[in-house]
Ligand binder design. Structure first.
Ligand SMILES: NC(=O)c1ccc[n+]([C@@H]2O[C@H](COP(=O)([O-])OP(=O)(O)OC[C@H]3O[C@@H](n4cnc5c(N)ncnc54)[C@H](OP(=O)(O)O)[C@@H]3O)[C@@H](O)[C@H]2O)c1
Length: 326
């Protein structure tokens, strides 16, 4: 930005969440004017300078004012099966995206960057690393809702809207009480004896923020970009964290058979209780035992996206974990 140019305006849904907080922080640092969507009940944290729009994804008036005149709309709001049942997950992720796109179509909004998940892609056949073209049959309501939302974003772009989709893998960084806190516990806490079989792509939250901004600047409307990090088996990830923090890594690998066995049990309990008690079923339990590795080559070549090794992200995450979680 030159000294005389107007600051750009970003509208961010999910601004009160883990990724949203980091994105807003960066946008403010970079000189953007930032509007954040916040539910009345959301914890807004201590970031100063955000213009808050209070409402949820189904409050059309609030959404319209949020996106009106924004140069960029980062649609991050979403929900997973740990926090809600499958019906809510579908409604928030699929229908909420529809509402955001409708508001953008009606208002004078710039490019929409939609945050989906790498879970809508999976390695197929002999491929070890999934890319954007490896579209997978969704497993569970979360993946299904994100895949449906991606379809809406694709259609919006096909009908002269400016929108694209990014697919982060498992995001690691300060403020994430789920995945990051669990992984740090497995690497650092002597009380956490077990780790999972299988493997995953772990990406630092600051790298995902870089990717979101690069997608806004350089992405192709209607296109999809995986934003991944290092592909690691759980035992490798856990021992690398342990080395980085001088901790005691979890030493017992939970057998894949035990995890696969938990799937049917969860299904039976859900059926007996007549409501969702576990965030996974048979298929999702099987998935947790596999190596879900991804390549970010396309984002690298087309957006200039780069990621750092896990160790680069451990100190900040560990500082937060020690101060807030333990
Ligand atoms: N974390 C990961 O590893 C990961 C990986 C791939 C993709 N993603 C995707 O990235 C996005 C951000 O994830 P995150 O980890 O930052 O999640 P998060 O911490 O749970 O944040 C979710 C955000 O969505 C908001 N939200 C939920 N339901 C809403 C509704 N009905 N109306 C308005 N806002 C609503 C939440 O508001 P409250 O503060 O009020 O709850 C919060 O701001 C999500 O779409 C997620 O699916 C995450």
């Amino acid at each position: 930005m030159t000294a005389t140019s107007e600051p750009r305006t970003a509208a961010v849904t999910g601004a009160t969440g883990f990724l949203g907080t980091h994105l807003c922080d960066r946008l403010l640092d970079d000189g953007w004017e930032v509007r954040g969507l916040s539910r009345p009940t959301s914890e807004r944290g201590d970031l100063e300078g955000i213009d808050w729009y209070v409402g949820d994804l189904f409050d059309d008036g609030t959404l319209r004012s949020l996106v009106d005149g924004a140069d960029a709309v980062f649609h991050l709001a979403g929900i997973g099966l740990w926090s809600a049942g499958p019906d809510t997950v579908w409604t928030v992720n699929r229908d909420g995206t529809e509402r955001v796109l409708e508001a953008c179509r009606d208002a004078d909004a710039g490019r929409v960057v939609f945050t989906s998940t790498s879970g809508t892609r999976r390695p197929v056949g002999d491929t070890d690393f999934a890319d954007e073209s490896d579209v997978a049959e969704p497993i569970g309501a979360y993946q299904a809702s994100k895949a449906a939302a991606e379809g809406l974003v694709d259609r919006y772009a096909e009908t002269n809207g400016d929108a694209l989709t990014v697919h982060p893998t498992s995001i690691f960084g300060p403020g994430d009480e789920e995945f990051t806190a669990q992984l740090l516990a497995m690497g650092a806490e002597p009380t956490m004896p077990a780790y999972l079989p299988g493997g995953l792509s772990i990406v630092g939250v600051s790298d995902v923020v870089d990717g979101l901004l690069a997608a806004y600047e350089h992405g192709e409307a209607g296109d999809h970009y995986i934003l991944g990090g290092e592909n690691l088996t759980y035992d490798r990830a856990v021992s690398r964290i342990a080395d980085a923090v001088d901790g005691s890594p979890a030493r017992i690998r939970v057998p894949a058979t035990a995890i696969r066995a938990a799937g049917p049990v969860a299904e039976v309990v859900d059926a007996v209780a007549d409501r969702r008690m576990f965030p996974f079923d048979r298929q999702m339990a099987t998935l947790a035992t596999q190596r879900l590795f991804y390549t970010s080559r396309k984002a690298n070549e087309e957006l200039g996206y780069e990621y750092q090794p896990l160790e680069a992200h451990v100190p900040d995450a560990m500082e937060w974990y020690r101060a807030s979680v333990t």
